[in-house]
Every structure is written in structure tokens, then in C-alpha cells.
Design a protein around this ligand. Structure first.
Ligand code: BGC
Length: 843
């Protein structure tokens, strides 16, 4: 399958190159333009001049064609007559998804965990080269939405909770991508901070939080990264679809930030013709709203003005001309598809992204000359997740599992035994061993079958009792109560009553399931799906409400199977006998759904069991953001966090476990001890259902106090703070000084590696204004540097603090403001590990 795809793909660029050559010959592009050649063909003219000339030659129909994507869903349309090329697009942030196989780089969250802007630039450059090798013009990334809640399904694609860190990493990534003449598309603009009902949720956020938390990373990518494309978010902001937001698109992006590139919609997120005058330049994936008929009708009734069409097309042309898309083929056939350089960068980033969260009694690194046997547990050891789900998923070439990486690093003298997970017990739910009708006594589940009403007749309802949720259907075997040719829905209802106290694992295939009572933040009618993780702690005899529902088509096949099985006993012999045990657990999240905060119950139990069996138990957690760890973290001496490390994940892990690489990743998000400590969770997933539309709305009532800013406000202790990351060596900080420079300042300090190994420290500079005239967070990250030091080596580190480091967004004056007053400048190894403090006054 892959081969076929690849060869198809390979044949395309050849045709493309041929077409370009013919075009170049006939139009004279290959030569420098002669004096008589039109300006748009003159490579020496500015992109703006060339775009204006082209615009004057395009017909109205051609201009309208350039307002939306082409039929294949990931490209724009060519105008052959004038040599406007078809531009190819690809997802996504961690590699070239649409032209796989391609290099599987670590995720955005992993890149942020490196705190290394040079690496971010090489990462971007690698993506640019991967794109050029495949003829891709526009990369649909990076994504930089703030990680407001740890359960957001797409956190793994983004750069953490802090706007400054996200902006620094993202803008370097953008510069790297565009250095290869590939357009970077920064997304999703703006406030797409949860996947929950992302296509309808309305985000209410105050002006300060919008400007101080949610917009800065985008701003930096526009101003310093020079991003040439922006993708609108699906959600609404302040009652307005992002693609229709004059405020976001015209006023902020194109106005305040002087953005010269073009704005595209997220896929199918264009809502109305008004999106065009409000600033949207390109409808993706294809014309559904910006169709020739609609646009012409809009021109006729004045809803759209010719100048607005020209403006949108002009922006698109300027960006394309600036990237020289008209002047040369985009594909560089001399670049290898499976590039050793890309693989090296993927490995470098993975190495730097591993965060050592905990390391007691020098549990790590393992010494391969002393350790004889290692027992490895957990499904992720072999099914290593290298990426999250959805449009950000890139599998990569030859991904290395954690187990293979550990084995390779361990070498032949160390016995690495993979124990994995025990064989699952049969799912008993399907035979009704613990499912009862709502009376709690009668075994079985009540199945309600509802036929959807049609124009001809009404809805029909029927009820049956079934022994479990275990049904498959096709045209010949229809589900009960829903005949062939009729759509409908099935819902099983009842209570679960466990025969004994214990932990149960959920087995589910299809359907929306609700088990137990949702926590208060899940409002009536929401969520569609609720169960507390993929396991249940049940007490003997205690009824737990349960329902599962599924839609049934008028014909064809369908299936639903739901079951519970007791968590089986683990084989702990290997753990008991080994010198060390490694448990690989975590959770894969993805686009379109939010995730759970807990590790699967079976994995929580596995950690506890292995930790009890082996005192040198190392947990390797893989997830896009923080998970619940407080219930087990005290039982294990060492914990590593991996935020989807791409194809080289296993290699990097093995090297860190055996100390060949000294870990230097730091958290880009606070890890919550308890989800309720996170201020934003009180307003998740929604606060209200708007009437009469019935659409969900959320108030970001915590305002500025997202992540560590919230923890500093409440005084709660996070499990692991923002910026935290240990090393196998130790660093000391000295002589923090801050001097004014231009209209900002420069902080300098000395950092020393006073441990026994070479390593890299992430020095973090925080700024606070205790006596501010407005409420401000206690401290905010405003600078950082990653410093490599040999044992005993000291380095003087200088970090610029430009004027904006001290500013807040003044919602009345609608501008950034620096109050005269005293600022506190802190240097730390994390937000809660402040080593040095000094002050600075502005008059
Ligand atoms: C995602 C975008 C992605 C697009 C194309 C959308 O569902 O939100 O991030 O670029 O699909 O795959």
C-alpha cells in the first residue's frame, strides 16, 4: 500500500517538473526577464510588484479560484495560463504527514521540553527539507495553542502552557521551515485550547488574558518568525467564529501585527461569505462557502467587494512569490526521502526532550557494567507511541521501540527481559456477570431501540432485555427494532454491580459510554462520553449507573462490544529477580477528543505492583501533558517523562537510561497533583449551553492564571512545576545582575556544573511586579538559555529582557504598558526552584 502510494507520488513531481519546463520555455521564465517580459515574470522585481502585475492579469473567475483549495483537499489551484502553480500542502507539526513515509520527528510538546531554540530552528529546517524532498510548498504547522488544561487532546502538538516559551520555540521552528522556502502555517488562531466540541465551543476570554496568554506565541511567529500563513481555529471567540472574526483577522493580525501573509481556514471551518471581508483569505480544504456562485452573488449584493477579493489573492500571491514558488520546482529530487540528516535531528531532539522528573538514591543512570538483569513491563515498551493521534500523527522511518532502545543501549552483557502485560481475562460484562437493570436486581441490560423519524412516519421505540452489550449487524441481521432501510439508535441502560471489591478494566469497541456520575464540571447533556479513565474501582454490591449508545445506519454493517474484565495478576517474578525494573506506561491523546487525566487503571496497578517487587523501579511515562501520578509517584525512585519522541524515541530512552546522554529536558507544563488544583479545570469543558442555539460556551474565568500562574495565585503545590527537569549532574547559580539596556534590561549570572558529568542546564529568568497597579502573576517566564557545561565548568550567561518583558496589556488603552515601579527578577531551575533574586526599577 505504502509502496503504491510512494510510486504514485514519485511520478507526480516528474510530470510537474516537465510541465514547469514547458511553461518556463514558453514563457521565458527560465531566463532573466527581458525588458519586454511582464513584471510578474521578472525575478528581480519585488514580490509585491509581481503580485500586483499578476493581479491585473487575472480574470475574476481565476481570482475566485484562488480563494479556496483544490479538490484533492490538500492543495491550491493552478492557473496554468499565467504560470500560477498548484501549491501542495501537508500536515503537520512533527513531520510531513501527507507524503509519508517521512521522518518522524518528536512532537511539538517534546520540542518545547528541550528549551533549545537552536534545536527548534534545526527541527524547522529539517521539516522544510523533508517538505522540499517531496515537493510540498505549505506545511500546516506549527501549532501553538496554549496548554490550558492537561486533558486537551492536542497538547502533544503544542508548546506548553507558557506564552513566552511557546513563542520562542515556535518562531525558531517557523524560521527553520521557511529557511527552505516552504511556507509555515501557524495554527490554530485562536484559543483552540480543548478538543471538546471544538467545532462549536464559544470561548469567552478577557482582553488581558487574550493578549498576555493566548496570542503572544502567534505574534512572535509573525513578527520574528516571519510566518507567511495562519490557520484559523474551529471554535468561536466571544461569540464569533474565528474564521469570521474581524477582530482576530483584520484588526489584530493584519492591523496591529502588520501580518503580510495569508489566512486560511481550518478544514471546513469557513462559515459564511462574511468570512472574506472579515479577513479570511483562503477557504480550505475546498470551496464550500467561497464558491463562484456565492462570491458572485456576494459581489452583486454588496456583501463582498472586489477589493476584498483582490486583497486576499494578493496576499496569497505575495507569499508564494516571496518563496519563489513561481520561479523553480518545489521538489528537490536530489534530497533523499529517508534522509540521514533528518534522522540525526530527530534523534538529537528526542535526546534533549526527555525530562527526568524524579531520581532518588541514584536509581538512574544504570551502570551496564554492574547491572546484570532488567525486567521491562508495560505495553508501551513494545507498542511505543511516537506521536499522538490525528492530523499531527507521523509514523516515521523504522521507529525504535523503548524495548529495542533499552536492549541496544544495554549491550550484550545485560539481560533485558520483557514481561509486558498479562494475558487479559475474558470480558465478563458481555455475559452479564455484573450488569443489572436499574432495579439493581434483575440481571441484564435494557436495550432501547429508536427509529429516526422520517417525513413519512414517526419515530418508533422498542425495548428488549439483553445479557450484555455485544452486537454485530449487517443487512441480513439487523439490530433489534431497527429494520433494513431505517436509521436509528440503540441505547443499553442499567447499573454495574461488582461481585467483589476490585479493579476492573473496560473493554470497548464502538459507542458512546457513560459510566458512573460525571464530576460537577461535566454539565447536563454533556459530555457525550464519560467514564473515569479506562478502568473502574468498584465496591462489592455498590450500583454504578451505566449506559452505552450507538447510531445505526439504514443499511450495512456495524458492531458494538463493551465489557469489563478484572485486572489480572501480574507476573512479578522477573521484577523480583532483576537488578532494575522499567515500567513503560502513559496515554496517547489526539485530535478531535480530549483525553483522560489518569493512566489506564491497569497501568496504575502495574506500577504499584512492580514498585513493590523491585526497589529500583523506573517509570517511563509517555503522554502529551501531565497525568495523575500522585497516587503512585512516591513508590518509585525514578520517573522519566516522554512527550512522544518520534521515530528515535527508543534510542534516546536507552541512551538516557544508561547515562550515555545526560537528560536535559524541562517541563513546558505544570504537572498537577490533583486536577482540581488547576484553576482552569473549574471551567472545563464548558460553562453553559447558549440559547437558543444550544451551542456550548466556556468562560476562561481564571484569566491570566493558567498553569503555574494559577498555582502561584492559590499557593497550591504542583506535583512537578513548570520548568522542572533533573540532570545526572548538578548546577549552581551565582552573581545575578540586571542592568538597564535600551528601554529594557539584560540579566546576567554565572552557572557552574559542579557535578561529575557533562550536562546542560536550562537557566530560567522570571519577572514579577509585586506593586503593580493591576493584578499580575507572581512571576512570568521572560527569558531562558540552555547551557552545556563540562564537569567543573562555569559560564557567564546573558539573557536579554526587552521592554515587553515588563509590560502588561492595558485593556483600556489597548496597548502594552510598562508601569513605573519595581520589578523582581528571579533566576531559577524551575518556576518553583528559584535560586537567585534581584530587582530593577523603571521610573
Ligand atoms: C486540523 C488541522 C489540520 C487540518 C488538515 C484539521 O482537522 O485541525 O490542524 O491541519 O485538519 O488535516
Amino acid at each position: 500500500m505504502k509502496m503504491m502510494f510512494r510510486s504514485q507520488f514519485l511520478s507526480f513531481p516528474r510530470n510537474f517538473v516537465l510541465a514547469l519546463l514547458v511553461l518556463a520555455f514558453s514563457s521565458g521564465w527560465a531566463q532573466e526577464a527581458s525588458s519586454s517580459a511582464p513584471v510578474y515574470q521578472d525575478k528581480t522585481a519585488s514580490p509585491e510588484k509581481r503580485a500586483d502585475d499578476l493581479l491585473s492579469r487575472l480574470t475574476q473567475d481565476e481570482k475566485i479560484d484562488l480563494l479556496s483549495g483544490d479538490k484533492d483537499g490538500f492543495s491550491t489551484k493552478a492557473i496554468d495560463r499565467l504560470g500560477v502553480p498548484k501549491l501542495l500542502m501537508s500536515d503537520g507539526p512533527q513531520g510531513v504527514r501527507n507524503y509519508e513515509p517521512s521522518c518522524g520527528l518528536p512532537s511539538g510538546a517534546a520540542l518545547a521540553a528541550t528549551w533549545d531554540v537552536e534545536l527548534a530552528q534545526s527541527y524547522g529546517k529539517t521539516i522544510g527539507l523533508e517538505a522540499r524532498a517531496r515537493g510540498v510548498h505549505i506545511m500546516l504547522g506549527p501549532g501553538m495553542n496554549i496548554c490550558r488544561v492537561p486533558v486537551c487532546g492536542r497538547n502533544f502538538e503544542y508548546y506548553g502552557e507558557d506564552p513566552f516559551l511557546a513563542g520562542e520555540i515556535a518562531s525558531h521552528d517557523v524560521q527553520g521551515i521557511q529557511s527552505q522556502e516552504v511556507i509555515a502555517t501557524i495554527k490554530h488562531f485562536a484559543c483552540n485550547n480543548e478538543e471538546w466540541d471544538r467545532e462549536s465551543v464559544d470561548v469567552m476570554v478577557d482582553d488581558r488574558a487574550l493578549h498576555e496568554i493566548y496570542l503572544p506565541a502567534f505574534h512572535r511567529c509573525v513578527e520574528e518568525g516571519g510566518a507567511r500563513a495562519v490557520m484559523c481555529a474551529y471554535n468561536r471567540l466571544g461569540g464569533v467564529w474565528c474564521a469570521d472574526s474581524d477582530l482576530l483577522e483584520n484588526q489584530i493580525l493584519k492591523g496591529q501585527w502588520s501580518f503580510t501573509g495569508f489566512i486560511m481556514s481550518d478544514w471546513c471551518a469557513t462559515h459564511d461569505l462574511s468570512n472574506l471581508p472579515h479577513g479570511l483569505d483562503l477557504e480550505m480544504p475546498r470551496a464550500q462557502v467561497f464558491t463562484p456562485e456565492n462570491i458572485k452573488a456576494g459581489l452583486a449584493n454588496g456583501q463582498v467587494k472586489p477589493a476584498e477579493i483582490d486583497n486576499a489573492v494578493r496576499r496569497f500571491l505575495i507569499a508564494s512569490l516571496a518563496m519563489h514558488f513561481f520561479d523553480r520546482p518545489q521538489q528537490r529530487p536530489e534530497l533523499p526521502l529517508d534522509s540521514p540528516d533528518s534522522s540525526r535531528v530527530a534523534l538529537d531532539v528526542a535526546r534533549s526532550a526527555i525530562v527526568l522528573l524524579k531520581n532518588e538514591k541514584e536509581a538512574l543512570p544504570l551502570d551496564r557494567t554492574r547491572v546484570r538483569t532488567i525486567a521491562v513491563y508495560g505495553r508501551f515498551a513494545v507498542q511505543t507511541p511516537t506521536h499522538g493521534r490525528g492530523s499531527g500523527a507521523v509514523a516515521g522511518f523504522n521507529p525504535v521501540s523503548y524495548l529495542d532502545g533499552i536492549r541496544a543501549a544495554a549491550g550484550p552483557q545485560v539481560k533485558v527481559q520483557y514481561v509486558g502485560m498479562p494475558a487479559p481475562a475474558p470480558a465478563i460484562f458481555q455475559t452479564c456477570a455484573c450488569a443489572y437493570l436499574e432495579d439493581g436486581k434483575t440481571p441484564g441490560l435494557q436495550l432501547n431501540s429508536d427509529i429516526a423519524p422520517t417525513n413519512m412516519d414517526k419515530e418508533a421505540h422498542s425495548q428488549t432485555i439483553q445479557t450484555g452489550v455485544n452486537l454485530s449487524w449487517d443487512d441480513a441481521h439487523r439490530p433489534p427494532g431497527i429494520p433494513l432501510g431505517r436509521e436509528g439508535s440503540l441505547e443499553w441502560k442499567g447499573v454495574l454491580i461488582a461481585p467483589a471489591d476490585g479493579n476492573w478494566e473496560l473493554v470497548q469497541d464502538g459507542g458512546n459510554i457513560k459510566i458512573g456520575t460525571p464530576p460537577p464540571q461535566y454539565h447536563d447533556g454533556h459530555p457525550e462520553q464519560w467514564y473515569p479513565g479506562d478502568g473502574l474501582r468498584l465496591k462489592k454490591g455498590e450500583p454504578v449507573p451505566f449506559s452505552v449508545s450507538i447510531g445505526v445506519d439504514a443499511g450495512g454493517t456495524g458492531a458494538i462490544h463493551v465489557g469489563l474484565r478484572p485486572i489480572p495478576a501480574f507476573n512479578l517474578t522477573a521484577a523480583r529477580q532483576a537488578d532494575a525494573a522499567i515500567v513503560c506506561v502513559g496515554r496517547v491523546s489526539g485530535e478531535g477528543n480530549d483525553s483522560f487525566f489518569e493512566e489506564p487503571l491497569v497501568e496504575q496497578e502495574l506500577i504499584k505492583a512492580v514498585a513493590a517487587a523491585n526497589p529500583r523501579t523506573i517509570v517511563v511515562n509517555t503522554s502529551g501533558a501531565g497525568l495523575e501520578m500522585a497516587s503512585w509517584v512516591d513508590r518509585v525512585p525514578a520517573l522519566l517523562h516522554m512527550s512522544f519522541l518520534g521515530q528515535a524515541a527508543g534510542t534516546a530512552l536507552g541512551e538516557v537510561i544508561f547515562g550515555d546522554i545526560n537528560p536535559s529536558g524541562h517541563l513546558s507544563q505544570t504537572f498537577d497533583r490533583d486536577l482540581n488544583d488547576n484553576l482552569a479545570m473549574a471551567h472545563y469543558p464548558i460553562d453553559e449551553v447558549e440559547q437558543p442555539s444550544g451551542l456550548p460556551r466556556i468562560h476562561y474565568a481564571e484569566g491570566l492564571f493558567v498553569g503555574y500562574r494559577g498555582y502561584d495565585k492559590t499557593g497550591n503545590a504542583p506535583l512537578f512545576p513548570f520548568g522542572h527537569g533533573l540532570s545526572y549532574t548538578h548546577f549552581t547559580y551565582a552573581h545575578l545582575q540586571v542592568v538597564k539596556k535600551n528601554d529594557g534590561a539584560t540579566a546576567s549570572l554565572q552557572v557552574t556544573n559542579d557535578g561529575g558529568r557533562a550536562g546542560a542546564e536550562v537557566v530560567q529568568i522570571y519577572v514579577g511586579e509585586p506593586g503593580a497597579s493591576v493584578e499580575r502573576p507572581l512571576r512570568e517566564l521572560k527569558g531562558f538559555a540552555k547551557v552545556n557545561l563540562q564537569p567543573g565548568e562555569s559560564r557567564q550567561v546573558e539573557i536579554d529582557l526587552p521592554r515587553e518583558s515588563f509590560a502588561y496589556w492595558n485593556p483600556i488603552q489597548k496597548q502594552w504598558t510598562v508601569d513605573p515601579g519595581r520589578f523582581v527578577i528571579e533566576a531559577g531551575a524551575s518556576e518553583r526552584d528559584i535560586r537567585l533574586t534581584t530587582g530593577l526599577s523603571f521610573n
